[in-house]
Design a protein around this ligand. Sequence first.
Ligand SMILES: *[C@@H]1O[C@H](CO)[C@@H](O)[C@H](O)[C@H]1NC(C)=O
Ligand SMILES: *[C@@H]1O[C@H](CO)[C@@H](O)[C@H](O)[C@H]1NC(C)=O
Ligand SMILES: *[C@@H]1O[C@H](CO)[C@@H](O)[C@H](O)[C@H]1NC(C)=O
Length: 490
Amino acid sequence: MQQYCYLRVLVLLSICCVPIVYSASNITTKGTELVDDVGRVVVLRGLNLPINAKMAPFEPLKDKKALSRLQTLPLYGASIARVLFTWEAFEPERGQYNLDYLNYYLTLVETLYSQGILTIVDMHQDFYSRWLNLGCGEGFPRWAILVDPILQKNPWNGPTCVAWILQGPFDVASKLNWKLFYAGENGVRDRFLDMWEYLAKTFAKNPAVIGYDILNEPYGDEVNEIGPLYEDAAKRIRKYDQNAILFIEPQIYKGAGSKTNLPQPTFSNYVMAFHYYGQTRDPHKVIVSSFEEALTVWTNQTEAWDVPMFFGEFGANTDKNLDNADFQAPNYISMFYDELDARLLGGTQWGWTDDYNDKTKDGWNSENFSIVDQRRNLRSNFAVRPYPKAIAGIPGQFKVDSIDKVMQLSWEVTDATLAAGAASGGRGATTVLFAPIQGFFAVPHAEQLDIQVTPNAGLTCSYSTDWLTFNCLASQAGSYTLIIQPQQLA
Ligand SMILES: *[C@@H]1O[C@H](CO)[C@@H](O)[C@H](O)[C@H]1NC(C)=O
Ligand SMILES: *[C@@H]1O[C@H](CO)[C@@H](O)[C@H](O)[C@H]1NC(C)=O
Ligand SMILES: *[C@@H]1O[C@H](CO)[C@@H](O)[C@H](O)[C@H]1NC(C)=O
């Protein structure tokens, strides 16, 4: 009890605290972790957005009103966004970049950054183009299509496209098209690389852009087609941007949980960016591994390559598996974040639909993954929950009990941590947690929290003035455990 009172005084006295706003240049890869410029281990979490950007006119967050809605994202704990970029929008005619689209994209990126959110530029596509996969695809411009028009279909993206991911590998036209693309037919692959070079030049100095996801859910042969494309794209990007983190995705169907055959990249500062949608597992148990099984396989690989792992996409359809509680959206999503927490992993959930409604849903192929509804209230596939944004020292365990609303972090502060703190005005020794008092613990004020730190000397902790983040500055080396939960009412 004494310990609690001691902390409560600190909480009440706290008038300080600069919110943690990273610029892209603060963060880099180091072994299997992301670290900041003062050596703290960084966890980045957030959303894919806007996921209704896949079809013309590609700019759902164009006006000020739409952009202002992004102000809620920090309350959900977002520190990163994977922002969809569409080649068809940017280069509608071969050789002519649409700078209006680029400006739209830059405004979106800047608006996110003003909310403390970094951007991954995501070269988005699904089965190449809207004219392929029976009109259910999206991404690349029509001029980039390499198969005969007779094999193409008009863009549709309506209700019959609901099984687009299962029909994709049987779509003769898009399969042939990918082959021709990788073979360099008609210089289209070169145009793709030219675009990346241009974008790297555009974003290199932009503090909001942490890196580039070279190709969303690529189809093709990992060894002979996808791997070499990444190598060539990395060369073009590095001409102008040496510091950006490259987000590398395995072939689309490896998302079911199997090992990638990608050759180990020769470039540095990259992250393996996996996608996993395990809710589809229930009726297809044989095809999709459990998340734990998939993590075992994938961790094996990232550890062998000594690179970080990130989840560029995951999410839940609110209607799936109503007869199996484990796979219903709230339970499934909570399981997913529990697994991320146990490994201190980051990721971006799919996603934010700006004008979700029950009729058009996410606005593409009848998908139903939006975390907000038509009034932009959170849906059952997302829950606000704490996570450590920066750990000053050696991370131990992190755990969230989302039912009883308990959050627990342990970490070890070393002499090196203290030295990093001394050299940076305390920053390098400050652990920062997203731990919203109202959003997660559901109490009105910090006074209603029970905050325990063990041992109770050596750390000075306080809430930020917006009551979203909890900061602990270490002044002594040692192993610490922090537990935050609502006070038990007598
Ligand atoms: C990012 O680095 C700069 C110095 O390079 C520093 O001033 C700023 O506080 C850092 N941001 C965070 C969140 O640590
Ligand atoms: C982990 O990798 C090693 C080789 O690097 C392999 O022998 C082993 O089977 C892998 N384990 C899993 C679970 O994939
Ligand atoms: C999408 O989810 C909402 C509920 O969150 C539901 O009302 C609607 O029927 C769903 N649509 C489909 C077909 O997935």
